[in-house]
Design a protein around this ligand. Sequence first.
Ligand SMILES: Cc1cc2nc3c(=O)[nH]c(=O)nc-3n(C[C@H](O)[C@H](O)[C@H](O)COP(=O)(O)O)c2cc1C
Ligand code: SF4
Length: 554
Amino acid sequence: MHPGESGYIGNLKIKNRIVMAPMISNLGNPDGSTNENHISYLEERAKGGFGLIITEYTFVNNRNSRGSVNETGIYDRKFIPKFRRLTERVHMHGAKTFMQLVHAGGKASQQYNRMRSFAPSSVDYIGTTPWELTQQDISEIIEDFVHAAKNAKDSFFDGIELHGAHGYLLSEFMSPSLNRRTDRYGGDLEGRLRFPQEVVEAIRSEIDFPVGMRISLYENGDNSYNPEYGLKIAENLKGLDYVHFSAGIFNPPGSSASFYDSRTHIYNMLPRRPAVTTMVVGSVIDLNDAERVLSGADFVAVARPSLADPYFAMKLLDNNKPIRPCIRCNQACRDLALGEVRCTVNPDTGLENSIRHYPVQKVKGHIAVSGGGIKGMEAALEAAKHGLEVTLYNKGERLGGQLLSITDKRKAIEFSKLIEYYEKALKMAGVEVVLNSENRSGIICAPDKVYPDLPEKDEIWIDSNIYKHHDQALEMAENHKVYMSRRSLSSLDRSRVLEYEKLASEKGIVFVDHAGKNFDISIVERNQYDIRSAMVSGRELIREYIERNSSHYL
Ligand SMILES: Cc1cc2nc3c(=O)[nH]c(=O)nc-3n(C[C@H](O)[C@H](O)[C@H](O)COP(=O)(O)O)c2cc1C
Ligand code: SF4
């Protein structure tokens, strides 16, 4: 099936098969309400051609259901007017929107809830042990879901998605490893599905609009369930208009797999097409991936690629337009403990509301940009966007700068897609690229920072959270003894930490505490100079250039 074909969820017509998957953005207000930053961020993706936008997980009560800071909430009718503004702005671009409802269960944040966390069973949740839910708690939470769904409907959402994946409450009930109950809510598949089923039925009995559920097709880790069990869940739950397959509970690769995993990694595990309208997410980066998923599912959902390029859907349907690719680095977008959503390859992500107040100033003239790394390529694109004729000089025979020296092969494959993007985008923008040549008279785009290589030693002690050093350490460990401080992994998200530790231990890297050691290299930075910093710096140079020469353009 072609991604551009329209489709149905229940009776609701969706203009194409491409769905923006739910993602916590931290752009909402601390009380859970939405605001212009959050709305503009979603509106940009609606403008970008997605047929359906599923909002980030949204908590259903203010007692014990909240997962994270600035997560959106819908437990009170006072939130409706602002959410109406959100749905209105998404609808303006022909997209539909569903709100994802969550009770975070045992994963509820202790910091942001009034009560201690609850779960089906009192088992260990990575260091915390929640209380076991009583029948009364269960009945109250079902009510919370119904109220939240009503509020979503009154906010003019076109439907709701219940979050039944990733180890949150509904998924905890369905998970044999997390649900150890012996009452009617546990014991066997029927018992484990009872709570989610009751939530669906309670909502259905009060509200007539599309209701779907996100389900982990499989979990990762010890005692985890497999895709056959995930499929059984999907086929045994009644009254759903669609099922959205994601994956995982606590351990990687789970849903947001990094470049160490294959593309379409969740679809690849789907044993067969289920007998219900199906949506599948997971590492869909281009048209081939989307078509692959749509050969066995009704809708394809994309999360991170919509952060990398809000116009992903529109460009996917117009094969000529290069998509700024998500390189599955799990860097900027996963720094959500205290930060808002950002993207390593797109400096605009999360800042849509601020950016729209600064329309692009069109100017005339010619500019030479020297340096074909990320900074220079982004500067050249920025200059072309402002209307300048651009010549980009690169002293080597290939564009890409420091990206060309990435030593980790899997990373290099994924990151090279960014170079391919620039090559196409520069061509489309009419930028003349001159290779094997330097022009020192124009805008010089050298990297602002180049981290040193690891020293060549038989036994090397590394205390560095610099991405380049992570790669080099793996390479050196092939024939050197490598020691690494644990805080070297502080720049990676949890899934990348676990993946890295696994790879490192296979290669014999020994992790140590940093205190009292004599390291050969020690660089630990809160904000290291990375792809995004280089892009921002390249754009800045062009803006400054235009400002400096603005009298010339008047
Ligand atoms: C920043 C971020 C926030 C996320 N928040 C949610 C969420 O609120 N609800 C949810 O069901 N999944 C969430 N996910 C998982 C994504 O919806 C998606 O399943 C995952 O990223 C895999 O899809 P992708 O490869 O297209 O990114 C989040 C992922 C990211 C990267
Ligand atoms: S930060 Fe990396 S993984 Fe996240 S959306 Fe951007 S490119 Fe993709």
